[in-house]
Design a binder for this molecule. Structure first.
Ligand code: PLP
Length: 365
């Protein structure tokens, strides 16, 4: 069996690393899941064996994130990108406005979709400084008649992350947590809704998690197509149509693994230690590496940095590739490099990158 040491140094932004223990469990159960004589992929989604997988995954997510009992946990399809449209379709009524905090490309996309369904406004934007920070809470001003407030909790491309969320009072707070769900503790009860594509911290792509406070369903718009209504999936426990059963099974295994790590408090501690390995190299490099994000906005999940010139960046990425590091190219809107240090990226992998960065500087300063 493959050891962790033989696995790639995977810093992909998503889909991204999965825990080795999860992959091994799935491998073991692949052709005979719990004595059924078939894989989870081959089970009927109406079978008791599958339903157990499905309901256990919901229960595990509620337990790990300390989600209030009455909240609904849904498994949807279409990625977080479909949520960009489903949120306003369901929760933006005529005569109200949806407020968006624009902290990166994904929030811009979410806002663009909302504009197709009704009135919107930008609560705050960090575009002027190429999204290198999270706005201060006192920069956020809400207009009268706001239907909901939308934030992107972690900006995958720019490498910034919210750690203190605004208190929006009676205004429903909705967060796209695609790239930092399950990475640190949050107070889920502050949110009217949370959504996330699974392919970073939750499992493989193909499943989208939505966590919805029940009162949101009462205020939802009528005349929304069946598959795009949250209440369809609530009423049917996400089994209205055929769900992505194997993805949900994998997600369930990832959640079991997260519990074995000691839950979100331990995972957060590990993520802070991992990110510090790389941020410390950046900070101690005397400008050889330049972090994109302002220090107090730095993401624990996506570490973005540049070198002095594009040639040097090219050389860094070429040598990193040679040394076995995968996925370090920055997104074109920031340039440079990005290391995605999601939950399943081991400490040793981050340590190896920090050592590589130190050596590269020594040889190229
Ligand atoms: C913060 C954020 N939101 C939304 C998306 C889009 O997700 P999907 O590809 O599941 O539609 C991504 C993808 O990387 C993301 O990082």
């Amino acid at each position: 069996m493959l050891k962790q040491a033989q696995r790639a140094y995977n810093f992909n932004a998503g889909p991204s690393a999965l825990p080795l223990a999860v992959l091994e469990k799935a491998q073991k159960e692949l052709i005979d899941f719990k004595g059924t004589g078939m894989s989870v992929m081959e089970l009927s989604h109406r079978s008791a064996a599958y339903e157990q997988v499905h309901n256990q995954a919901i229960a595990s997510l509620k337990e790990l994130m300390n989600i209030p009992e009455e909240y609904h946990v849904l498994f949807l399809q279409g990625g977080a990108s479909t949520q960009f449209a489903m949120v306003p379709m369901n929760f933006l009524p005529q005569g109200k406005k949806a407020g968006y905090v624009v902290t990166g490309a994904w929030s811009e996309k979410a806002l663009k979709e909302a504009k197709m369904f009704g009135d919107t406004y930008t609560i705050a934007s960090t575009k002027e400084t190429n999204h290198n920070r999270i706005p201060k809470l006192d920069e956020l001003a809400y207009e009268a008649n706001t239907a909901y407030v939308h934030v992107t909790s972690n900006n995958t491309i720019f490498g910034t992350e919210w750690f203190t969320f605004p208190d929006t009072g009676d205004l429903p707070l909705i967060a796209d947590m695609s790239s930092d769900i399950l990475s640190h503790q949050i107070d889920a009860s502050k949110f009217a809704m949370i959504y996330a594509g699974a392919q970073k911290n939750l499992g493989p792509s193909g499943v989208t998690v939505a966590i919805v406070r029940p009162d949101m369903l009462e205020r939802a718009n009528e005349n929304v197509p069946t598959m795009l209504r949250y209440d369809t999936h609530v009423k049917n426990n996400s089994l209205y149509n055929t769900p992505p059963t194997f993805g949900i099974y994998m997600l369930g295994l990832v959640l079991e693994w997260a519990k074995e790590q000691g839950g979100l408090a331990s995972i957060e501690k590990m993520n802070r230690e991992k990110a510090a390995l790389i941020y410390d190299v950046i900070d101690q490099s005397e400008g050889f590496y330049k972090g994109h994000a302002e220090k107090d906005s730095r993401s624990l999940m996506n570490i973005t940095f540049r070198l002095a010139s594009e040639e040097l960046e090219k050389e860094f990425l070429a040598q990193a590739k040679q040394a076995g590091f995968v996925g370090l190219n920055g997104h074109r809107s920031v340039g440079g490099c990005r290391a995605s240090t999601y939950n399943a990226v081991p400490y040793e992998t981050c340590k190896a990158l920090s050592e590589f960065m130190i050596n590269f500087q020594k040889n190229n300063a």
